[in-house]
Design a protein around this ligand. Sequence first.
Ligand SMILES: Nc1ncnc2c1ncn2[C@@H]1O[C@H](COP(=O)(O)OP(=O)(O)OP(=O)(O)O)[C@@H](O)[C@H]1O
Ligand SMILES: [Mg+2]
Length: 256
Amino acid sequence: MDILKVRGLSKVYGGKVSYKALSDIDLTIENGDFVGVMGPSGSGKTTLLNMVSTIDSPTTGEIRIGGKNPHELKKNELALFRRRELGFVFQSFNLLDTLTVEENIVLPLTLDGVSVKEMDEKVIQIAKKLGITDILNKRTYEISGGQAQRTAIARAIIHSPKLLLADEPTGNLDSKASRDVMELLETINKNDGTTMMMVTHDPLAASFCNRVIFIKDGQLYNEIDRGDNRQAFFQKIIDVLSLLGGGAYDLSSVRM
Ligand SMILES: Nc1ncnc2c1ncn2[C@@H]1O[C@H](COP(=O)(O)OP(=O)(O)OP(=O)(O)O)[C@@H](O)[C@H]1O
Ligand SMILES: [Mg+2]
């Protein structure tokens, strides 16, 4: 089954001078897939993710998530839909620093009126899975970037969303923490079957996906599949990126 169907999607930003950030995008993501989105800076990646996550609405075209068009929902239905069906991970973690790690993780459940007992059980389980059991009582300013991102991932998946959307989840992490986060996302995708769509600049992070789509100037440019060899996939990603140009990628520092 397809979890996400995007048809003829375009986005024009208004303002003094209008700007067409996306034109006529078609994209289908099957249940359980892990899709990377790459492309030069300004190519429209975040715009695409924001349309899918319903943060912003399309100018033309249609998005269906699990058969529903979220942009047709009423405001309160949309809030529920986002909270129940989607999970979000951002480059900047977006944790609340007045709360502990645990309080941040259960926040979505608190909003949904889940019992304390059930929340406690879920936190223990998820913290174990993400290796953050020891820091549950810390405040977010007392933890590392990698721990912060794992906390953000825990918060994004604690309600078992159908679709996890991530915008540069490794953008603020060093290479070790990046790899840890990617291995974790890969495990969650494989074991829980959570469908993922992830924007990234990092070819190594992208090589953990099953499939990578490339966007250039607001249009789909290319798409490649992982197959069974991650090393070869990584090389293919690099090749497409160098064809894409834009000088946005410094590949000299990239290491497997
Ligand atoms: N709210 C907005 N109003 C007007 N133009 C915008 C707005 N948001 C983005 N744009 C423009 O749309 C284009 C695509 O932006 P977008 O943020 O989707 O790029 P991106 O691929 O995510 O880039 P990056 O890799 O730098 O994050 C850019 O030219 C950007 O300047
Ligand atoms: Mg972006």
